[in-house]
Design a protein. Sequence first.
Length: 168
Amino acid sequence: MEEMELRERWQYYISSYMRVEPTEGVVRARLQKSVLSRNLPASSDADSDSGDARKPLSYSEGLVLRICINSSKIVYEPGTSEFFIYNSGASSEEERAKRLEAAQRTSQKRREQFEEKMVMNLPWMKDLSREEVQKKTDDCNNWMKGAPPASEAGPAAAEPDKMEISAE
């Protein structure tokens, strides 16, 4: 392409990039999120015209980036950054209680997922029923305590009160 055509294309891209609407000529399926969705304000906060939008406690807007003309890739300059710190603390006791309860539910759910993956789903358990896994686990625990496994001990070991003692 000739130089003037590249420059015009670049100017068009930059003007499209700066508009509120999605950037023209950029396939949305190829885009990746640059921020975590959980860190974005709720839509009601963002659209607030009353001026009560959250104000950052601290911020820095020192990020420097360059956009490659040929590939439209963003290249960040080393040593530069941008951040915003907001006070996300609860304003009332009720709000604190709600957040604590939600955090506990999330923690419990994550613990259960971890146990399901790392404790209850080991390779040796593959193709075994829940009862068989429980029996093998109990046998192992008994063996670690020094008692013989139930499967090898026989009926006498299972019922120690009914053992017969013969005097010879």
